[in-house]
Ligand binder design. Structure first.
Ligand code: GLN
Length: 403
């Protein structure tokens, strides 16, 4: 060994892959670190600061006490897969075979990347609506897919809907298109795709033989009478849809890391292979608690949505009074805002000022766009927080000076 050291003395080479040079660490999670650094109210990263339901915490403890402490079946505990299949039937009328069509992963984050790794070849294209949840960018790079972005345009008045241009969407599809990534209810815009919009996307998927990968993690967080429609429930889409979901948002357990992908058998087999070698499996006792969570009564979901509506309606007026233009979300728990009234050159300098001088952390809009300038006058706030937390943020935001 010593001999080798004396013979071979050179600087280590540049060991990094090209892939990692094409994306940065998550801005959302960086903002949480900044919030901690400055002691700011964290309205950046989307995780609840209130307790998870007592029943499911008890179910997790019971599973650990019963020694469910070794690997679950790699593609998911049977009890959880059965519960997922049952609820998809109940909520969306989708018939799912729990033995062949479900892969439980470490969060929907892993379900998404395992799916992309399972279906994409280098050169394949993935259509993505923009602004997009920031993970989809690195996910595409890591899986070799080339993203084709289609703009979601903000409403002229804060209370209107985000829309897309049908021609622009069509133009993004061609013979290289492998998949479209859809997130409804949407992060960061709060858009809930309508049946007509989904049918339009469906028709393109059929025409161009494209797979829909739909992230439906906010499916129960809906406002103003909107309805969540799963792409897989549309005629013709069951065989060409991967539906991604998880426990994080519905049961307020973002740190448990239990999510899943539901797909036709052949695609599921491919996702299961990737998942197996990436992570082996999601936490076994928490999967048992997941089965209990999915058995909560309907009233649980109504209460969840009511609670979020109250939080939304608490934060938006505070933001508007402080000078933000708010795009009112119809689902999920974020509000995208326009910051042009504050006269900052860009969203990053604004959020830095906000976290350091005002004491509120938010996410710069540019992290949801391919070109930073597209989001340079937008900032996202998360309202999955206690009313006290939102009030504390409101008090601080009142010190902002629109120019
Ligand atoms: N989905 C959450 C957000 O957009 C957090 C995701 C995460 O940090 N994994 O803030």
């Amino acid at each position: 060994m010593t001999d080798v050291i004396s013979r071979v003395s050179r600087q280590p080479k540049h060991f990094l892959s090209d892939k990692v040079s094409h994306f940065t660490e998550s801005v959302i999670r960086e903002m949480t670190r900044q919030a901690m650094l400055y002691g700011a109210v964290n309205l950046a990263q989307g995780f609840p600061d209130f307790p998870a339901p007592a029943e499911i915490k008890a179910a997790a403890r019971a599973a650990i006490d019963a020694d469910v402490n070794q690997y679950a079946i790699t593609w998911g505990a049977k009890s959880l897969r059965n519960a997922i299949a049952r609820q998809m039937g109940l909520w969306q009328g989708i018939d799912v075979d729990p033995e062949k069509e479900i892969t439980v992963c470490c969060g929907s984050t892993e379900a998404m990347i395992s799916t992309l790794l399972a279906v994409c070849n280098a050169g394949d294209e993935a259509v993505i609506f923009e602004p997009f949840y920031e993970n989809y960018g690195p996910d595409s790079i890591l899986s070799g897919a080339k993203p084709r972005f289609v703009k979601l345009r903000p409403p002229a008045s804060g209370n209107g809907e985000w829309t897309f241009d049908e021609k622009e969407l069509r133009a993004a599809f061609d013979r290289h298109t492998k998949a479209i990534i859809l997130n409804t209810p949407n992060n960061p815009t709060g858009k809930v795709f309508t049946r007509a919009e989904l049918e339009l996307i469906r028709d393109l998927c059929l025409e161009f033989d494209v797979l829909a990968i739909t992230d439906e993690i906010y499916e129960h967080i809906l406002y103003d009478g909107t309805q969540h429609i799963s792409m897989a429930s549309l005629e013709g889409m069951r065989e060409r849809t991967v539906t991604i979901n998880g426990m994080s948002k519905t049961y307020s357990v973002t740190g448990w890391r239990v999510g899943w992908a539901v797909a036709p058998e052949t695609i599921t087999n491919a996702i299961r292979k990737v998942h197996d070698f990436l992570t082996v499996g999601a936490p076994a006792p928490l999967q048992e608690a997941g089965a209990a969570a999915l058995s909560l009564p309907a009233e649980y979901y109504a209460k969840l949505a009511r609670g979020y509506r109250e939080r939304r309606d608490r934060l938006i007026p505070a933001l508007e009074n402080a000078g933000f233009k708010c795009f009112h979300p119809r689902g999920a728990y974020y509000v995208m805002t326009d910051i042009s009234r504050f006269g900052f050159p860009d969203d990053v300098s604004f959020t830095k000022y906000l976290v350091k001088e005002i004491g509120v952390a938010a996410v710069p809009g540019s992290s949801f766009y391919r070109n930073a300038r597209d989001g340079s006058q937008q900032v996202r706030f998360a309202f999955c927080k206690k009313l006290e937390t939102l009030d504390a943020a409101a008090e601080k935001l009142a010190r902002l000076q629109p120019r």
